[in-house]
Design a binder for this molecule. Structure first.
Ligand code: GTP
Ligand code: MG
Length: 355
């Protein structure tokens, strides 16, 4: 082993041990990456877009650049309030973001907002849906707002990981509010819980039966619930739905953080209820900070990414070795024939590798 500890972490891009010096143009690559990192720190939006594209890229060269960038910028991140937004397609997530961000820009002169979209279903379909920038046209014109449509997740760890890196990059660029809109259908809630501090769930006012679905899984995870489209004929129904939901929520005690998720009634289209939303999110943030739950949530996320990346890397590197690749294929064939369970097969392979 070299004199430097194996766990030596590069302080700057020049220090990065992983830009292969034998590469054609390696020196230039280092310089480019260094100046890109500095430009991101200056809040340069073009540099930020380029950096996110690098984080999403699958080319080996970009993977090295990404590592160098993240090593330089990770220590500068962590300063934003990260809010995840989920809800069925068409519930009004993008319309809400447009209305709420306009409110936030007026309400808080220091607010710098990044809006990212993540499509968990694209990990399987590979066809990532573009977050509709058009619906966020007016806020998109502000120089205090950065909108990045749906990430593509070609690299190890998929779209959620690319989005996590995008969050880090946006924070390094000085954004202090980060909204992650989940688009498409899939494991939205799970993804949001791996990326953000606060989970805002949008629903529509409906009958008791319709709301039943919300009551089951989501309520344990949502930090704030908003009934959207509370306008026109739906106003009365909304009142009833909110009472029902709030009632159901009161029967549950969240032991992990002792937070009682509020149920708000809003209309994204008419921009009503935005002040209530601001107080709810602010209250949640202060509650989390005061009791240390926000930090705990972030630590748990870091731990999750650490462990899941180890798992992914192990599998990737093991598969790249010829003999283990064959071993893996044999076991996959046996799994396909139903001769061995996937759990047993994984254990068998691990036992052999680590023997
Ligand atoms: N009446 C009413 N319509 C709304 C409201 N919010 C959104 N809409 C409409 O609902 C439709 C869908 O809105 P979007 O904001 O695109 O919904 P979304 O959740 O982002 O949809 P996906 O990105 O496809 O998941 C649009 O036609 C909006 O104009 C609201 O508060 N009231
Ligand atoms: Mg949308």
């Amino acid at each position: 082993m070299s004199k430097k500890s194996a766990l030596h972490i590069a302080k700057g891009v020049e220090d990065a041990p992983f830009i292969n010096p034998k590469w054609k143009g390696a020196k230039r690559l280092k310089q480019d990456t260094e100046s890109l990192a500095e430009a991101v720190l200056q809040g340069d939006i073009t540099a930020l877009s380029v950096a996110i594209t690098i984080a999403e890229s699958t080319s080996p060269e970009d993977e090295f650049r990404c590592r160098a960038l993240m090593n330089r910028l990770h220590p500068e991140s962590g300063g934003a309030f990260r809010i995840g937004i989920s809800g069925v397609p068409g519930v009004g997530k993008s319309t809400f973001l447009e209305a709420y961000c306009s409110f936030l820009l007026n309400h808080d002169p220091d607010a710098r907002i990044a809006v990212l979209a993540v499509d968990p279903s694209s990990e399987w379909s590979k066809g990532s849906i573009l977050g509709d920038k058009t619906r966020m046209e007016s806020i998109g014109k502000s120089n205090r707002v950065f909108i990045r449509p749906s990430a593509s997740g070609g690299r190890l760890g998929g779209v959620a990981r690319s989005t996590f890196e995008a969050v880090t990059l946006c924070e390094a660029a000085g954004f202090n509010f980060i909204f992650v809109e989940t688009v498409g259908v899939g494991q939205s809630e799970t993804v949001v819980s791996k990326l953000t501090d606060c989970f805002l769930f949008l629903a529509m006012p409906g009958t008791g039966d319709e709301l039943q679905g919300i009551k089951k899984g989501i309520m344990e995870m949502a930090d704030v619930i908003a009934l959207n489209k509370c306008d026109g004929d739906r106003v009365q129904q909304a009142e009833q739905s909110a009472i029902e939901l709030q009632g159901a929520l009161q029967l549950m005690t969240r032991t992990q953080d002792h937070w009682q998720p509020p149920v708000l009634q809003i209309s994204a289209l008419h921009a009503t209820g935005m002040e209530d939303m601001w107080s709810a999110l602010d209250r949640f943030k202060r509650h989390g900070q005061l009791n240390g739950w926000m930090d705990k949530r972030r630590s748990a996320q870091q731990e999750y990414w650490f462990k899941s990346t180890i798992g992914d890397l192990l599998f990737e590197r093991m598969s790249a070795k010829e003999n283990w690749g064959k071993e893996r294929d044999d076991l996959l064939a046996q799994i396909a024939k139903g001769k061995v369970s996937p759990f047993e097969a994984s254990r068998l392979l691990m036992d052999k590798i680590l023997a």
